[in-house]
Design a binder for this molecule. Structure first.
Ligand SMILES: C[C@@](CO)(OP(=O)(O)O)[C@H](O)COP(=O)(O)OP(=O)(O)OC[C@H]1O[C@@H](n2ccc(N)nc2=O)[C@H](O)[C@@H]1O
Ligand SMILES: Nc1ncnc2c1ncn2[C@@H]1O[C@H](COP(=O)(O)OP(=O)(O)O)[C@@H](O)[C@H]1O
Length: 316
Protein backbone atom coordinates (compact mmCIF):
# COMPACT_ATOMS: atom_id res chain seq x y z
CA UNK A 1 0.00 0.00 0.00
CA UNK A 2 1.40 3.44 -0.92
CA UNK A 3 -1.36 5.70 0.37
CA UNK A 4 -3.88 5.84 3.23
CA UNK A 5 -6.81 8.21 3.80
CA UNK A 6 -7.81 8.70 7.43
CA UNK A 7 -10.68 10.43 9.20
CA UNK A 8 -9.53 12.53 12.17
CA UNK A 9 -12.39 13.64 14.48
CA UNK A 10 -12.42 16.65 16.79
CA UNK A 11 -13.09 16.42 20.54
CA UNK A 12 -15.02 18.42 23.08
CA UNK A 13 -14.38 18.53 26.82
CA UNK A 14 -17.42 17.44 28.81
CA UNK A 15 -15.40 18.07 31.96
CA UNK A 16 -12.12 19.87 32.64
CA UNK A 17 -10.84 20.37 36.16
CA UNK A 18 -7.42 21.82 36.95
CA UNK A 19 -6.05 20.09 40.01
CA UNK A 20 -2.57 21.51 40.48
CA UNK A 21 0.90 22.37 39.19
CA UNK A 22 3.19 19.68 37.86
CA UNK A 23 6.98 19.68 38.17
CA UNK A 24 7.21 19.70 34.34
CA UNK A 25 5.42 23.07 34.17
CA UNK A 26 2.13 21.59 32.95
CA UNK A 27 -1.06 21.30 34.99
CA UNK A 28 -2.46 18.19 36.57
CA UNK A 29 -5.92 17.68 35.09
CA UNK A 30 -9.04 15.58 35.32
CA UNK A 31 -10.89 15.75 32.02
CA UNK A 32 -13.65 13.86 30.28
CA UNK A 33 -13.00 13.97 26.55
CA UNK A 34 -15.58 13.17 23.89
CA UNK A 35 -15.06 12.63 20.15
CA UNK A 36 -17.52 14.32 17.81
CA UNK A 37 -18.54 13.73 14.21
CA UNK A 38 -16.71 16.75 12.86
CA UNK A 39 -13.49 15.61 11.24
CA UNK A 40 -10.52 16.48 9.06
CA UNK A 41 -9.36 14.09 6.34
CA UNK A 42 -5.67 13.21 6.24
CA UNK A 43 -3.88 11.53 3.34
CA UNK A 44 -0.56 9.88 4.06
CA UNK A 45 1.50 8.69 1.05
CA UNK A 46 4.94 7.28 0.50
CA UNK A 47 6.95 10.17 -0.91
CA UNK A 48 9.35 10.18 -3.83
CA UNK A 49 11.50 12.97 -2.52
CA UNK A 50 13.07 11.39 0.55
CA UNK A 51 11.60 14.26 2.58
CA UNK A 52 8.54 15.10 4.68
CA UNK A 53 6.14 17.25 2.64
CA UNK A 54 2.91 18.71 3.97
CA UNK A 55 0.05 20.30 2.05
CA UNK A 56 -2.98 22.16 3.48
CA UNK A 57 -4.88 25.04 1.90
CA UNK A 58 -6.47 26.41 5.12
CA UNK A 59 -5.03 29.91 5.72
CA UNK A 60 -4.68 29.43 9.51
CA UNK A 61 -2.77 26.15 9.29
CA UNK A 62 1.04 26.43 9.17
CA UNK A 63 2.92 24.32 6.60
CA UNK A 64 6.33 24.30 8.29
CA UNK A 65 7.67 22.45 11.34
CA UNK A 66 5.22 24.29 13.57
CA UNK A 67 2.49 22.08 12.07
CA UNK A 68 1.95 19.30 14.61
CA UNK A 69 1.20 16.85 11.77
CA UNK A 70 4.63 17.61 10.34
CA UNK A 71 6.18 17.07 13.78
CA UNK A 72 4.39 13.69 14.03
CA UNK A 73 6.05 12.64 10.75
CA UNK A 74 9.44 13.90 11.97
CA UNK A 75 9.03 11.86 15.15
CA UNK A 76 8.26 8.70 13.14
CA UNK A 77 11.24 9.37 10.85
CA UNK A 78 13.53 9.78 13.88
CA UNK A 79 12.24 6.58 15.52
CA UNK A 80 12.22 4.48 12.33
CA UNK A 81 15.02 5.79 10.08
CA UNK A 82 15.26 2.59 8.00
CA UNK A 83 11.57 2.77 7.07
CA UNK A 84 11.92 6.48 6.30
CA UNK A 85 14.72 5.70 3.81
CA UNK A 86 12.99 2.62 2.36
CA UNK A 87 9.72 4.40 1.64
CA UNK A 88 11.27 7.61 0.31
CA UNK A 89 9.95 10.01 2.96
CA UNK A 90 6.26 10.87 3.28
CA UNK A 91 3.67 13.22 1.74
CA UNK A 92 0.86 14.44 4.02
CA UNK A 93 -2.27 16.28 2.88
CA UNK A 94 -4.65 17.82 5.43
CA UNK A 95 -8.24 18.65 4.38
CA UNK A 96 -9.26 20.95 7.24
CA UNK A 97 -12.88 21.14 8.40
CA UNK A 98 -12.34 21.46 12.17
CA UNK A 99 -12.15 25.14 13.19
CA UNK A 100 -8.54 26.08 13.98
CA UNK A 101 -7.40 27.18 17.46
CA UNK A 102 -10.86 26.43 18.77
CA UNK A 103 -10.34 24.10 21.76
CA UNK A 104 -11.39 21.15 19.55
CA UNK A 105 -7.97 19.42 19.28
CA UNK A 106 -7.78 20.01 15.52
CA UNK A 107 -3.98 19.87 15.42
CA UNK A 108 -3.79 16.98 17.90
CA UNK A 109 -6.16 14.82 15.84
CA UNK A 110 -4.12 15.54 12.69
CA UNK A 111 -0.98 14.38 14.51
CA UNK A 112 -2.81 11.26 15.71
CA UNK A 113 -3.86 10.47 12.12
CA UNK A 114 -0.29 10.89 10.84
CA UNK A 115 0.98 8.43 13.48
CA UNK A 116 -1.74 5.88 12.64
CA UNK A 117 -1.26 6.37 8.88
CA UNK A 118 2.53 6.08 8.93
CA UNK A 119 2.31 2.97 11.14
CA UNK A 120 0.26 1.38 8.34
CA UNK A 121 2.25 2.84 5.44
CA UNK A 122 5.55 1.64 6.85
CA UNK A 123 4.16 -1.67 8.08
CA UNK A 124 5.52 -1.06 11.57
CA UNK A 125 2.93 -3.04 13.55
CA UNK A 126 2.87 -0.58 16.46
CA UNK A 127 0.08 -1.24 18.99
CA UNK A 128 -2.41 1.40 20.06
CA UNK A 129 -0.62 1.94 23.36
CA UNK A 130 2.74 2.33 21.55
CA UNK A 131 1.15 4.90 19.26
CA UNK A 132 -0.32 6.69 22.32
CA UNK A 133 3.13 6.84 23.90
CA UNK A 134 4.51 8.46 20.76
CA UNK A 135 1.49 10.79 20.69
CA UNK A 136 2.20 12.00 24.23
CA UNK A 137 5.59 13.28 23.00
CA UNK A 138 3.74 15.59 20.59
CA UNK A 139 0.93 16.99 22.76
CA UNK A 140 -1.26 16.21 25.74
CA UNK A 141 -4.44 15.59 23.70
CA UNK A 142 -2.83 13.45 20.97
CA UNK A 143 -3.09 10.06 22.79
CA UNK A 144 -6.85 10.52 23.26
CA UNK A 145 -7.35 11.44 19.62
CA UNK A 146 -5.94 8.07 18.47
CA UNK A 147 -8.66 5.89 20.02
CA UNK A 148 -11.22 8.63 20.70
CA UNK A 149 -14.72 7.87 21.99
CA UNK A 150 -15.40 8.87 25.59
CA UNK A 151 -12.56 8.78 28.14
CA UNK A 152 -11.31 10.16 31.42
CA UNK A 153 -7.95 11.83 30.85
CA UNK A 154 -5.66 12.52 33.80
CA UNK A 155 -2.03 13.55 34.29
CA UNK A 156 -1.47 16.33 31.79
CA UNK A 157 -4.29 14.78 29.72
CA UNK A 158 -2.36 11.85 28.27
CA UNK A 159 -3.34 9.11 30.76
CA UNK A 160 -6.56 7.57 29.53
CA UNK A 161 -9.31 5.42 31.06
CA UNK A 162 -12.13 4.55 28.66
CA UNK A 163 -15.76 5.24 29.56
CA UNK A 164 -18.83 3.66 27.93
CA UNK A 165 -19.37 5.27 24.51
CA UNK A 166 -21.93 8.04 24.14
CA UNK A 167 -23.36 7.64 20.65
CA UNK A 168 -25.80 10.04 19.05
CA UNK A 169 -26.10 12.85 21.53
CA UNK A 170 -26.43 15.98 19.44
CA UNK A 171 -23.97 18.83 19.74
CA UNK A 172 -24.44 22.36 18.41
CA UNK A 173 -21.02 23.95 18.12
CA UNK A 174 -20.14 27.58 17.46
CA UNK A 175 -16.94 29.58 17.18
CA UNK A 176 -16.21 33.17 16.18
CA UNK A 177 -14.30 32.66 12.94
CA UNK A 178 -11.40 35.02 13.53
CA UNK A 179 -11.11 34.62 17.31
CA UNK A 180 -8.25 32.56 18.80
CA UNK A 181 -7.44 31.83 22.45
CA UNK A 182 -3.92 30.71 23.30
CA UNK A 183 -3.88 27.51 25.38
CA UNK A 184 -0.65 28.43 27.27
CA UNK A 185 -2.17 31.85 28.07
CA UNK A 186 -5.35 30.23 29.44
CA UNK A 187 -3.46 27.88 31.76
CA UNK A 188 -0.99 30.57 32.86
CA UNK A 189 -3.78 33.01 33.66
CA UNK A 190 -5.68 30.34 35.58
CA UNK A 191 -2.59 29.56 37.62
CA UNK A 192 -2.03 33.24 38.42
CA UNK A 193 -5.63 33.63 39.57
CA UNK A 194 -6.36 30.34 41.31
CA UNK A 195 -2.97 28.65 41.92
CA UNK A 196 -3.22 29.11 45.66
CA UNK A 197 -6.34 26.94 45.82
CA UNK A 198 -4.66 23.93 44.14
CA UNK A 199 -4.46 20.72 46.08
CA UNK A 200 -0.85 20.26 47.12
CA UNK A 201 -0.84 16.53 47.71
CA UNK A 202 0.28 15.56 44.20
CA UNK A 203 0.68 11.84 44.99
CA UNK A 204 -2.98 11.03 45.51
CA UNK A 205 -4.28 13.98 43.54
CA UNK A 206 -5.69 12.21 40.53
CA UNK A 207 -7.46 9.42 42.39
CA UNK A 208 -9.08 11.85 44.82
CA UNK A 209 -10.14 14.30 42.20
CA UNK A 210 -11.64 11.62 39.98
CA UNK A 211 -13.70 10.29 42.86
CA UNK A 212 -14.76 13.57 44.40
CA UNK A 213 -15.29 16.08 41.61
CA UNK A 214 -15.91 14.35 38.30
CA UNK A 215 -17.81 11.42 39.89
CA UNK A 216 -21.33 12.70 39.15
CA UNK A 217 -20.43 13.29 35.48
CA UNK A 218 -18.96 9.80 35.21
CA UNK A 219 -22.18 8.38 36.70
CA UNK A 220 -24.29 10.36 34.24
CA UNK A 221 -22.23 8.98 31.33
CA UNK A 222 -22.39 5.40 32.61
CA UNK A 223 -26.19 5.71 32.82
CA UNK A 224 -26.34 7.54 29.47
CA UNK A 225 -28.47 10.18 31.19
CA UNK A 226 -28.33 13.11 28.76
CA UNK A 227 -30.07 15.53 31.14
CA UNK A 228 -27.59 14.82 33.93
CA UNK A 229 -24.65 15.08 31.52
CA UNK A 230 -25.97 18.49 30.45
CA UNK A 231 -26.16 19.66 34.05
CA UNK A 232 -22.72 18.40 35.05
CA UNK A 233 -20.72 19.97 32.20
CA UNK A 234 -17.73 21.75 33.73
CA UNK A 235 -14.65 23.62 32.52
CA UNK A 236 -12.34 25.51 34.92
CA UNK A 237 -10.80 27.45 32.03
CA UNK A 238 -14.09 29.30 31.53
CA UNK A 239 -13.21 31.26 34.65
CA UNK A 240 -10.34 33.00 32.84
CA UNK A 241 -11.53 32.97 29.22
CA UNK A 242 -15.09 34.30 29.67
CA UNK A 243 -14.13 37.52 31.52
CA UNK A 244 -11.40 38.27 28.94
CA UNK A 245 -13.42 37.44 25.80
CA UNK A 246 -16.92 39.02 25.92
CA UNK A 247 -17.83 37.39 22.57
CA UNK A 248 -17.39 33.94 24.14
CA UNK A 249 -19.41 34.95 27.20
CA UNK A 250 -22.19 36.19 24.91
CA UNK A 251 -22.18 32.91 22.98
CA UNK A 252 -22.46 30.99 26.28
CA UNK A 253 -25.46 33.14 27.27
CA UNK A 254 -27.13 32.65 23.89
CA UNK A 255 -26.70 28.86 24.15
CA UNK A 256 -28.00 28.86 27.74
CA UNK A 257 -31.26 30.43 26.53
CA UNK A 258 -31.60 28.38 23.34
CA UNK A 259 -33.17 25.21 24.78
CA UNK A 260 -30.11 23.00 25.31
CA UNK A 261 -29.61 20.43 28.09
CA UNK A 262 -26.33 22.15 28.95
CA UNK A 263 -23.68 24.39 27.45
CA UNK A 264 -19.93 24.82 27.97
CA UNK A 265 -16.79 26.21 26.37
CA UNK A 266 -14.62 23.41 24.94
CA UNK A 267 -11.01 23.17 26.16
CA UNK A 268 -9.27 26.54 26.17
CA UNK A 269 -11.96 27.90 23.84
CA UNK A 270 -13.17 29.91 22.13
CA UNK A 271 -15.67 27.37 20.76
CA UNK A 272 -18.84 26.84 22.78
CA UNK A 273 -21.15 23.85 22.48
CA UNK A 274 -24.70 23.03 23.48
CA UNK A 275 -25.89 19.51 24.22
CA UNK A 276 -29.24 18.20 22.90
CA UNK A 277 -30.93 14.81 23.07
CA UNK A 278 -32.61 14.97 19.65
CA UNK A 279 -31.52 16.16 16.23
CA UNK A 280 -34.68 18.26 15.66
CA UNK A 281 -34.01 20.18 18.88
CA UNK A 282 -30.36 20.68 17.88
CA UNK A 283 -31.48 22.18 14.56
CA UNK A 284 -33.86 24.53 16.39
CA UNK A 285 -31.02 25.57 18.69
CA UNK A 286 -28.82 26.26 15.66
CA UNK A 287 -31.50 28.60 14.24
CA UNK A 288 -31.83 30.42 17.58
CA UNK A 289 -28.06 30.92 17.75
CA UNK A 290 -27.99 32.26 14.17
CA UNK A 291 -30.85 34.67 14.95
CA UNK A 292 -29.33 35.90 18.22
CA UNK A 293 -25.85 36.34 16.71
CA UNK A 294 -26.95 37.67 13.30
CA UNK A 295 -24.16 40.26 13.14
CA UNK A 296 -21.35 37.89 14.12
CA UNK A 297 -19.15 35.83 11.79
CA UNK A 298 -19.59 32.37 13.30
CA UNK A 299 -18.52 28.88 12.30
CA UNK A 300 -21.58 26.85 13.32
CA UNK A 301 -22.22 23.10 13.16
CA UNK A 302 -24.78 20.54 14.26
CA UNK A 303 -22.89 17.35 14.97
CA UNK A 304 -23.10 14.36 17.31
CA UNK A 305 -21.02 12.35 19.71
CA UNK A 306 -19.20 9.30 18.31
CA UNK A 307 -17.42 6.37 19.91
CA UNK A 308 -14.23 6.24 17.85
CA UNK A 309 -11.09 8.21 17.08
CA UNK A 310 -8.93 7.89 13.95
CA UNK A 311 -10.52 5.74 11.25
CA UNK A 312 -8.91 4.35 8.12
CA UNK A 313 -11.05 5.36 5.16
CA UNK A 314 -9.33 3.92 2.12
CA UNK A 315 -5.96 2.62 1.01
CA UNK A 316 -4.41 2.51 -2.46
C1 LIG B 1 -7.01 22.74 26.89
C2 LIG B 1 -7.03 21.38 26.27
C3 LIG B 1 -8.19 20.57 26.88
O1 LIG B 1 -8.40 19.35 26.22
O2 LIG B 1 -7.25 21.35 24.88
P1 LIG B 1 -7.34 22.47 23.71
O3 LIG B 1 -8.15 23.63 24.16
O4 LIG B 1 -5.91 22.87 23.41
O5 LIG B 1 -7.98 21.74 22.56
C4 LIG B 1 -5.73 20.61 26.57
O6 LIG B 1 -5.46 20.56 27.95
C5 LIG B 1 -4.51 21.16 25.84
O7 LIG B 1 -3.96 20.08 25.17
P2 LIG B 1 -2.85 20.28 24.02
O8 LIG B 1 -3.27 21.39 23.12
O9 LIG B 1 -2.56 18.94 23.45
O10 LIG B 1 -1.68 20.79 24.92
P3 LIG B 1 -0.10 20.76 24.77
O11 LIG B 1 0.27 21.02 23.36
O12 LIG B 1 0.42 19.55 25.46
O13 LIG B 1 0.26 22.03 25.65
C6 LIG B 1 0.03 23.34 25.22
C7 LIG B 1 0.26 24.27 26.39
O14 LIG B 1 -0.87 24.19 27.30
C8 LIG B 1 -0.45 24.22 28.65
N1 LIG B 1 -0.87 22.96 29.31
C9 LIG B 1 -1.36 21.92 28.57
C10 LIG B 1 -1.79 20.76 29.20
C11 LIG B 1 -1.67 20.69 30.60
N2 LIG B 1 -2.05 19.60 31.26
N3 LIG B 1 -1.17 21.73 31.32
C12 LIG B 1 -0.77 22.87 30.68
O15 LIG B 1 -0.34 23.81 31.35
C13 LIG B 1 1.07 24.42 28.62
O16 LIG B 1 1.29 25.80 28.69
C14 LIG B 1 1.46 23.91 27.23
O17 LIG B 1 2.61 24.54 26.75
N1 LIG C 1 -2.41 20.47 11.84
C1 LIG C 1 -2.84 21.60 12.43
N2 LIG C 1 -4.13 21.93 12.41
C2 LIG C 1 -4.56 23.07 13.02
N3 LIG C 1 -3.75 23.94 13.65
C3 LIG C 1 -2.46 23.67 13.69
C4 LIG C 1 -1.94 22.49 13.09
N4 LIG C 1 -0.62 22.46 13.33
C5 LIG C 1 -0.33 23.56 14.04
N5 LIG C 1 -1.41 24.32 14.25
C6 LIG C 1 -1.44 25.57 15.04
O1 LIG C 1 -1.84 25.18 16.35
C7 LIG C 1 -2.62 26.17 16.99
C8 LIG C 1 -3.76 25.50 17.74
O2 LIG C 1 -4.67 24.98 16.79
P1 LIG C 1 -5.63 23.72 17.06
O3 LIG C 1 -4.86 22.50 17.29
O4 LIG C 1 -6.66 23.71 15.95
O5 LIG C 1 -6.42 24.20 18.36
P2 LIG C 1 -6.59 23.73 19.85
O6 LIG C 1 -5.22 23.46 20.44
O7 LIG C 1 -7.29 24.88 20.49
O8 LIG C 1 -7.44 22.51 19.85
C9 LIG C 1 -3.07 27.13 15.89
O9 LIG C 1 -2.54 28.39 16.20
C10 LIG C 1 -2.49 26.59 14.59
O10 LIG C 1 -1.87 27.58 13.83
Amino acid sequence: MRSYTLTAPAKINLYLEIIGDRPDGYHELVMILQSIDLADTIEVQAGNTGAIRLCCTHPQVPLDKSNIGYRAAELMAAKFPAAYDNYGGVDITIHKRIPVAAGLAGGSTNAAAVLVGMNLLWNLGLTRSELEELGALLGSDVPFCIGGGTAIATGRGEQLSPLPGLDNMYIVLAKHRSLEVSTPWAYKTYRAAYGETYLKDTESLTARATAVHSGPMVQAIVHKNAREIGQKLHNDLEQVVLPEYPQVLRLREVFANAGVLGTMMSGSGPSVFGLCEYEEIAKQVQVRVIEAMANEDLELFVTRTISHGIQIGSSV
